[in-house]
Design a protein around this ligand. Structure first.
Ligand SMILES: Cc1ncc(COP(=O)(O)O)c(C=O)c1O
Length: 300
């Protein structure tokens, strides 16, 4: 790995495994742990570092000096990329969905502060950008530019995600993770032993297509995983009073912060499934905290 990345990784905190203490879990005889990737770094937290690590290494290997990617006005991915670019001395360009707001969101303000150039693209153009999956795919890309698809959804991301799995030193039955593009889920599926169940929770509505997308990036077929589509709460970034109340209560009980787009919905789902006896008594479950707490600023 490039020296700049090794140096960057040195300042990271360990992602600890935290046991959740809650009488409800004891009542259903379920042991629930959280893999605290949110603690990894104040900015490049959660699955962002896991996904970006080997992509950035590759970008440096091919001699790129500019990283270009896409995301929304609260994108965790662009936020982390802008920061990583600043630290690594790489230029960054963010193609942001929708019209430029009169006042930039706190996320966009951070990105600008870290030197990212922002280009606002219409929703139609944005959808078209989703077609470009490989690092050299973006039409008009210059030889010194490196393209990252939405959410850093590249095959190279899977290797970094797999490292979170190898850090877990206790045996467990099921590992749970929220899904946007499904890249983090795919990296986990690739890394867990075959007898471990992997459960993804879609943050998007109508995300049935994700199963096929995840299957298409796996190096071999396996059937120890599935994506639950029932806990999107009306769609991406949609929330309701029940979800908010759950998050508040969970944070109070555990002091673990959740955001309502990904990890909040996943934890709500895990608790709901526990109450519905989805998991066998005696099971040990690990839920991955994928970070993204900066996105919470969109809800205050
Ligand atoms: C905090 C957080 N959790 C989970 C996800 C979903 O990850 P993936 O797109 O790899 O499914 C994202 C989006 O990248 C995210 O920002």
């Amino acid at each position: 790995m490039h020296l700049e990345l090794v140096k960057l990784e040195k300042v990271f905190n360990p992602s600890i495994l935290t046991k959740i203490h809650d009488p409800l879990l004891a009542q259903y005889q379920i042991e629930l742990w959280m893999k605290r990737d949110d603690l990894l770094h104040p900015v490049i937290s959660g699955n962002k570092w896991r996904k970006l690590k080997y992509i950035l290494d590759h970008a440096l290997s091919v001699g790129a000096n500019t990283l270009i990617s896409m995301g929304g006005a609260y994108s965790n991915h662009l936020h982390a990329l802008a920061y990583a670019g600043k630290v690594l001395g790489l230029k960054t360009i963010g193609l942001v969905r929708g019209e430029q707001p009169e006042i930039l969101t706190p996320t966009l303000q951070d990105m600008t502060k870290w030197g990212m150039s922002l280009e606002f693209v219409s929703r139609t153009e944005y959808r078209q950008l989703r077609r470009y999956k490989n690092w050299h795919d973006l039409p008009g890309l210059k030889p010194w530019q490196y393209w990252l698809p939405e959410g850093g959804a590249q095959t190279l991301a899977l290797k970094g995600v797999g490292e979170l799995v190898t850090e877990v030193e206790i045996p467990y039955d099921t590992i749970c993770v929220p899904c946007g593009t499904g890249t983090t889920l795919a990296g986990i599926i690739e890394a867990v032993p075959e007898q471990t169940s992997v459960l993804g929770f879609a943050a998007l509505k109508n995300a049935g297509f994700l199963t096929e997308e995840v299957r298409s990036v796996l190096s071999q077929s396996c059937n120890n995983w599935q994506i639950n589509l029932d806990y999107h709460f009306g769609g991406f970034a949609k929330i309701n009073a029940g979800l908010n109340a759950f998050i508040e209560d969970f944070e109070l009980k555990t002091t673990i912060p959740l955001e309502p787009i990904y990890t909040g919905k996943m934890m709500y789902a895990v608790y709901d499934l526990i109450k519905k006896h989805y998991f066998r008594p005696g099971q040990r479950i690990i839920a991955v905290h994928t970070g993204g707490l900066q996105g919470k600023r969109g809800f205050s």
